[in-house]
Write a protein that binds this ligand. Structure first.
Ligand code: ADP
Length: 403
């Protein structure tokens, strides 16, 4: 059985084809900068080495067509017939409060997804276009939607509500949704295996630190709070996102600056020009930040300190919310690869029983690994995330249930 995982971003399509018998990737790649002259297509299969070339693709439909046609290509391809694909799993960024779990795509589901466009205007229309394009290319093959927000549907009301007039919740569905749910689902299951304890007995704090970052408190396998909110802007400081700020700053900017009068400009400011990039005035990329820190750049040092401090505050808050923790888990680009960030986050958290083994932390590895001291009450674990595999498994589970 093969599962194709498709992730349509605002201007990209990423895909992975899995052989589900052994859960191995057999083809993967991406098309980026869709609709722009610099669009490119990068792909690899178990048969062919990575290749990258410029392509002309006007929209998500053309991108999906290109990908599927190449998977079927006699020379470059990896499957001989579309019927080899049993299910397609689509990553969907925002399910709003309509979707609390993965669903099989039907006409009704597509209409409901359209209702979630306003809540994720960059992502959900792209997902929709991807779903329609896949249906056209792979008629009769079931598609499943796996939502980044679904894992967080267990968060209680007092944690997901904002203290705005209640109307805004009822009418506009303004509430915390949370993101990186599929990643949290995957790493929490792996943590249970590594800790050799049932997931439904564990208290976990996860730090998914990538370009977008979020911290999540998980009790007995269920999310009880997460740092991202109505959108992926809330929470810790990120590459280009400001994370938590006093919302009155927005009113101030509107009042003081003619250029900050519309939602798009303000959203761009907070989502694309802030965070590490905004404070350091250098880069959104942690690798550049770490290089410049060692070179003594003060603004970069400040940006690094702010990012680490914001993570530390959420980790500590969630320790309190959970009334303890069995493990702190680091994942995603920064969480998996950046020893200095992990060290700075864990420093002086021994009051909570969080004690990092500094030497183990420095060892480079792509494997799952414990990096806490043997005395640490809270185990510290690095777990490489695998959202694609989780989506493939979920998709298979959903069609199994629908047969
Ligand atoms: P996304 O949120 O886009 O999925 P990723 O999980 O790929 O992002 O993480 C991207 C971040 O990971 C970038 O800030 C990048 O600098 C950081 N990163 C990747 N490799 C390393 C590394 N070896 N050391 C430090 N940071 C790294």
């Amino acid at each position: 059985m093969k599962a194709l995982v498709v992730n349509c971003g605002s201007s990209s399509v990423k895909y992975t084809l899995f052989e589900m018998e052994n859960e191995k990737k057999i083809a993967w790649g991406l098309i980026e900068c869709i609709g722009l002259p610099e669009a490119f297509y990068k792909r690899e299969t178990v048969k062919n080495k990575e290749t990258k070339e410029s392509v002309k693709v006007a929209n998500h439909t053309e991108a999906v067509e290109l990908i599927i046609n190449e998977l079927l290509d006699k020379k470059k391809g990896i499957i001989s017939d579309v019927s080899e694909i049993d299910v397609v799993g689509h990553r969907v960024a925002h399910g709003g409060d309509k979707f609390s779990k993965s669903v099989l795509v039907t006409g009704k589901v597509k209409e409901e997804l359209k209702d979630c466009f306003s809540i994720a205007p960059l992502h959900n229309p792209a997902h929709y276009a991807g779903i329609v394009a896949v249906e056209k290319m792979l008629p009769g093959i079931p598609s499943v939607l796996v939502f980044d927000t679904a894992f967080h549907q267990t968060i209680p009301d007092y944690a997901y509500m904002y203290a705005l007039p209640y109307d805004f919740y009822e009418r506009d569905h303004i509430r915390k949704y949370g993101f990186h749910g599929t990643s949290n689902d995957y790493i929490s299951h792996r943590a249970a295996v590594l800790l050799n304890q049932p997931l439904n007995t564990l208290k976990l704090i996860t730090a998914h630190l990538g370009n977008g970052s979020s911290i999540t408190a998980i009790e007995n396998g269920r999310a009880i709070d997460t740092s991202m909110g109505f959108t992926p802007l809330q929470g810790v400081i990120m590459g280009t996102r400001c994370g938590d700020i006093d919302p009155a700053i927005i009113a101030y900017l509107i009042d003081q600056y003619p250029e900050y009068k519309d939602a798009k400009t303000l959203n761009d400011l907070m989502n694309k020009k802030s965070g590490l990039a905004g404070v350091s005035e250098l880069s959104a990329d942690m690798r550049d930040i770490l290089k410049a820190v060692s070179g003594g750049n003060k603004k970069v040092q400040l940006a690094f300190n702010m990012l680490v401090y914001s993570i530390k505050k959420y980790v500590s808050a969630y320790y309190g919310v959970l009334n303890g923790a069995d493990a702190l888990i680091f994942t995603a680009g920064i969480g998996e690869n950046s020893a200095p960030v992990r060290e700075a986050v864990c420093k002086n958290l021994n009051a909570l029983g969080i004690e990092l083994d500094v030497e183990k932390n420095k060892e480079r590895s792509r494997e799952e690994r414990f990096i806490s001291t043997s005395n640490s009450k809270v185990k510290i674990i690095v777990i490489p995330t695998n959202e694609e595999l989780m989506i493939a498994r979920e998709s298979r589970r959903v069609i199994g249930n629908n047969k």
